[in-house]
Structures are given as C-alpha cells and as structure tokens.
Design a protein. Structure first.
Length: 125
C-alpha cells in the first residue's frame, strides 16, 4: 500500500507546472480539446493580438475561452477576454483576442468542464 502511494506521488510530481510552456507560432495558438483536457496545458505568447484555434477530439461538445488567471471569490464575476463558438466532436473553432502581458486561464465554459480539469494556462510576455 505504501509503495502504491509513493509511486502515485512520484507520477503526480512530474505533471503540471514543471511542463514547459508551448509557444504560439505566427501569432496562432493551436489547442486540442477533449474530456476533460486542454492540450497543451501550458502555453505562451507575445502580448498583442492572438488567434486561438481549438480542435475538439473528444466525444462531447467543447469550446475555449480566455479568462482571468485567478478564479473569482464569492459572487464576483469572472473576467472573460474571448470565447469561441461550441465545437462538435471532430470540429475546430477559433477566436481572436488581444492580451497584455500576464497570466490567463484557458477553459471550456460548457457545464462544469473547467471544474473537471478542462483548463490550461496562457502566459503572455
């Protein structure tokens, strides 16, 4: 039991914040959406106008939105900078956004997909 817990902790230690950010190319950020992930999970781009293209490889509908980095507390509204249309399975959607330097979250706004892990981080330099 102890060995199982240690190997699970080791596996989790290699995920998330240690992964290098994938940079946008030619002012376009390409993402993949499925149940319940945004891939790549860590991305970066230069400040200014950015095109975000997201392909739904899952079996449910998904979208992509750029929102404030820190989730709001209580009744505060979450600041949304851009959101795509809904993508059916196999479809691609896109949105454009102009961002200043900072950190943002990339989320699916359908149902509770964000709470189930369908989010990523965008660092704008």
């Amino acid at each position: 039991m102890l060995a199982l817990g240690a190997s699970a902790a080791a596996a989790l230690g290699g995920c998330g914040q240690d992964d290098p950010a994938v940079a946008a190319r030619a002012r376009t950020l390409s993402l993949t959406l499925d149940e319940y992930r945004v891939s790549p999970q860590r991305t970066s781009a230069r400040a200014g106008r950015l095109r975000i293209v997201a392909r739904n490889t899952g079996v449910l509908t998904h979208n992509i939105a750029v929102v404030q980095h820190r989730r709001p507390i209580g009744t505060q509204e979450e600041r949304r900078y851009a959101r795509s249309e809904t993508a059916q399975p196999g479809e691609s959607v896109e949105t454009n956004v102009t961002l200043r330097a900072g950190k943002y979250r990339l989320i699916c706004t359908i149902a509770n997909h964000d709470n189930l892990g369908q989010y990523g981080e965008l660092v704008v330099k």
